[in-house]
Design a protein around this ligand. Sequence first.
Ligand code: OOB
Length: 553
Amino acid sequence: MSLSAPSQEADLLPGCTPWPEEFAARYREAGYWQGETFGQMLRERARRHGDRTAVVAGDQRWTYRELDARADQLAAGFKALGIQPRDRVVIQLPNLGCFYEVCFALFRLGALPVFALPAHRSAEISSFCSYTEAVAYIIADKHSGFDYRTLATQVHAAVPTLKHVIVAGDAGPFTPLSQLYATPVELPEPRPSDVAFFQLSGGSTGVPKLIPRTHDDYIYSLRGSIEICQLDESSVYLCALPAAHNFPLSSPGALGTFYAGGTAVMALHPSPDVAFPLIERERVTITALVPPLALIWLEAAKARRHDLSSLRVLQVGGARLSNEAAQRVRPMLGCTLQQVYGMAEGLVNYTRLDDPEELVVSTQGRPISPADELRVVDEDGNEVAPGETGQLLTRGPYTIRGYYKAESANARSFTADGFYCTGDLVRLTPEGYVVVEGRAKDLINRGGEKVAAEEVENHLLAHPAVRDAAVVSMPDPFLGERSCAFVIPREVPPPATALTAFLRERGLAAYKIPDRVEFVESFPQTGVGKVSKKALRETLTRPTRTPTSPSVS
Ligand code: OOB
């Protein structure tokens, strides 16, 4: 445990914003940052819980000792390929058993995973790889009917820094992951205060922003989460959401489960068909879902074909869960609901497991840490009266101070005194619990999947028949929100399907393709002459496209 680390400023990865020295010192002194790295954490768990099962994936099971050894072997293999400390490596893997081996191998090497989601396509992946100057891209061969090697061929051609494509499964022309398990080598220990990996921001700008998380800050969020969610070595966590997302990774997620010495079970798909038999077989105790999936699980549980009695906690977050659905969790699934309101930038709020029903059903919880600072402000940045709704600003020991290499976005997303502007409209209850009331940021929350309006608008504007585009949310009973693109055509409007096909061809992830397209002659304006998205939203009455299920895989 190192209490007196030298100035972070000098050490942190260039392009990242350090916590001011005064705050860093305070967080160390309070014991939040304990100077531990992920590599050490796994080593220590392997020593303490060597024979316990760490990961279950399909028919494969790895003990802590095996996970530890495999991470060492893979770190040696990555090093032999030429991957260096601080090199960025984009990971796009479905919920396979090798997911955590790859992560821990890179953590040990000090190389930095960039966590992409399986739903991302060439537009997103090329942008992450070029933005971070990634040297390697790690994929599965195929998943959910999609061949990631084809995507990798495109990305490889487009990004000059990318030296290696590493494939779990049939590698085709690329490097097979299976051949990289080499004899372990000595590796220098990364600094706990340095960046460990990048999460992606749901973001509201044209280009997705990258969130640098340090060993110190992320491990603190794990410790806090484990305590709140009461995990220990008997806990069995089902990873049903995409493993790379912050929620199933760390709230408390699989990494929290490892910290506690429990078992993480991978579900390749979050549907009840896949998840329920796993809950029964592995005696799962806790899992995490986004609201539309929780609705599907509640329906499926009526059939009572599987024994779900081991499940103690169902966490729901990523988007607002209706009070009505919240009330059905215990009667239908026989477990405690925990609402989770978090963000990859840091702050995570949980309802507590012993909270009264009223708070669990109607709030999104309270922060992990006593050191989390929350301010609710009006449009001028002044604090609102207690209980009033305003934008949530936050700062604390596991909330970043800036995005990676994004000076102008940082000037907008962070206040001068380092508060992150969440873009969420919230109110605080007298107990200090957060209720999410809406959003000030230009984003569509499609059942937990975040769609930045500007990103989709920029792609639409690239179509020769489009003069202007504005993407807005429309309410949806299942996903909470879907997206609608209002388009001003240059002359004759193209068929809506031609526009959506165009977006797909540009390599945009399926969940970002507008659910509905409306052609208009002009956009309504606000008083200051900006497009009034509020007025556009109000013109929407009924959905026209057949609803699709959420693409969470
Ligand atoms: C989680 O993280 P992100 O980074 O994908 O998205 C963060 C945003 C929040 O700013 C908020 O707008 C929305 O997602 N959100 C919720 C919510 N949880 C997240 N809105 C309403 N109710 C909720 N319960 O989504 C995330 C990260 C860690 C844990 C859980 C969720």
